[in-house]
Each structure stands twice: as structure tokens, then as C-alpha cells.
Design a protein around this ligand. Structure first.
Ligand SMILES: [Zn+2]
Length: 258
């Protein structure tokens, strides 16, 4: 697992699975862990990474309720989980879904680990603020990929933790509950933050600087608009045309047609 410092108060670890990102954010004597890496060895080493960088993790945040972003409790079992209300509702309305999907991934990849225990999530105000140390994180709604979600803006570091948007490795993905129009609205909402950002941390893929993130945003908007207009004929962004991305595209086409 790669770990990279983006700012004195922001460290990002990138998982070997799907390049899923985990962001540690600190202010004073408090740090939060936003989303999670996936493999057990990566989760095991995370507390040591936090400790070495003097990031005392007191809470977990999840950008959305997809299973691969919810594994922070394996690393920090005592830390409470905070999410957007939309995500807390999804966790309640789809009980056991994250556990089932994690188990399916583990069976597929021959990974063994104890079952995931997910506490009830504390709902955070989105849009709104979330105190950390002496400072505040800004929380912005980020639905469209799924029905729930939030992006986290770290004002003093000018880092945007975007959730599953603005990825250099994954095309826009409309999961069950996702929506192309909501996706476009989220891109429009994130755009002014991207313009001020030093770095953007996508849910999947290494962090990108603000200029690159703005270029990805334009490509993603173009793709989603084309998906709505032309369905299967929509062209995939040039750097994201692998077999895996074409499969996501086919699922997007089906979602938009439904
Ligand atoms: Zn994801």
C-alpha cells in the first residue's frame, strides 16, 4: 500500500484493491480517517502509519455506504463512524449489504478475516461542517454514483476528498440507486472546490492535483452527458478504456435506459 503526504495535516493511503483511497486528516490533537483501504494487511498497518505521522485517529468518516469504503473499523475498532444522513439511512435500510459484499470479495480473492462489525453511523449535517481539533471540515452532498454520499473539503489544506468522483482510473459509475442527473449536479457542486484545490483525493486512484482534477471533471461531465444522449455510443475517456471500464460503461447504459 502506498501512503503519500499531501499536506502537513493530510496523508493518503492507496489500497492495492481498486486503488481505493483512505485519507487521514488532522487538526491539532484530533485526526479522522476518511474511507478505508481494503486488504487486511493494509488495514493492519494503518494505525502504525497514523501513529508515525502523529495523527491520533478519534473518528471515522465514510464518503458513502459502498462496502469498500467502510472498513475503517478493522483498523480503529473504537472509533465512531460519521456519515451523511443519506449514508446513515442507506446503512439502516440495507442491513448487512456491506457485510455480504465484503464476504463475496473475500471469497473471490481468498481473503480471510473476521466479519465486519459496523456500528450505527452518526449523521452529520450535509451540507454543513464537522469540527476537528480547532478547525472545521466542510461537508458537501455528493450523490449520483449512489443515492447517498458526501465530499469532504479540508479548507486549510485545500484538499478535496471527493468520494467516488473525479477518478483517474475509473469512469463515472452509476451504481444501483445512482442517477446520471444527480451525478452531473454533483460535478457542478464540486467544480468550484476543484478550482481552488491543491489536491483532489478520488475514491479510487492516486490523488491528483487541482489542474488534473479539473480536466478529469470536464471529461466525466462529457461522458455522463453523452451517456444520457447517446447511451452505448458514448465515448469513454481516452485514458480509461480498459475491459473493466467498458463493463462499467455497459452497466451505466443499462441503468440510464431503465
Ligand atoms: Zn468505491
Amino acid at each position: 500500500m502506498r501512503a503519500v503526504g499531501l499536506h502537513a495535516d493530510v496523508v493518503v493511503a492507496v489500497s492495492r484493491a481498486y486503488q481505493t483511497t483512505c485519507t487521514l486528516v488532522r487538526s491539532g490533537n484530533e485526526a479522522f480517517c476518511v474511507d478505508s483501504p481494503v486488504f487486511p494487511d493494509e488495514l493492519e498497518i494503518l494505525p502504525a502509519i497514523a501513529e508515525q505521522s502523529s495523527f491520533p485517529v478519534v473518528g471515522l468518516l465514510a464518503t458513502h455506504a459502498d462496502w469498500d469504503h467502510l472498513l475503517g473499523r478493522y483498523a480503529f475498532p473504537e472509533a465512531p463512524l460519521g456519515t451523511a444522513e443519506s449514508t446513515a439511512a442507506r446503512l439502516i435500510n440495507q442491513p448487512g449489504a456491506a457485510q455480504r459484499e465484503l464476504r463475496a470479495f473475500d471469497e473471490e480473492t481468498y481473503v480471510e478475516r473476521p466479519p465486519l462489525s459496523l456500528p450505527g453511523a452518526q449523521s452529520l449535517p450535509v451540507p454543513g461542517h464537522c469540527g476537528i481539533g480547532e478547525l472545521e471540515l466542510e461537508l458537501h452532498p455528493a450523490d449520483g454514483h449512489t443515492e447517498d454520499g458526501m465530499a469532504v473539503w479540508v479548507p486549510w489544506a485545500r484538499v478535496l476528498v471527493a468520494g467516488d468522483y473525479l477518478s483517474p482510473v475509473e469512469i463515472p459509475m452509476l451504481s444501483p440507486g445512482g442517477s446520471a442527473s444527480a451525478y452531473l449536479a454533483t460535478l457542478a457542486r464540486l467544480e468550484p472546490l476543484v478550482e481552488q484545490a491543491e489536491y483532489v483525493v478520488p475514491g479510487h486512484g492516486a490523488p491528483v492535483d487541482g489542474t488534473r482534477a479539473a480536466a478529469i471533471l470536464r471529461e466525466d461531465r462529457g461522458y455522463v452527458e453523452a451517456l444520457l444522449e447517446r447511451g452505448a455510443e458514448a465515448k469513454l475517456p481516452l485514458a480509461r478504456r480498459t475491459a473493466a471500464q467498458r463493463k462499467i460503461h455497459a452497466e451505466n447504459v443499462a441503468r440510464v435506459a431503465a
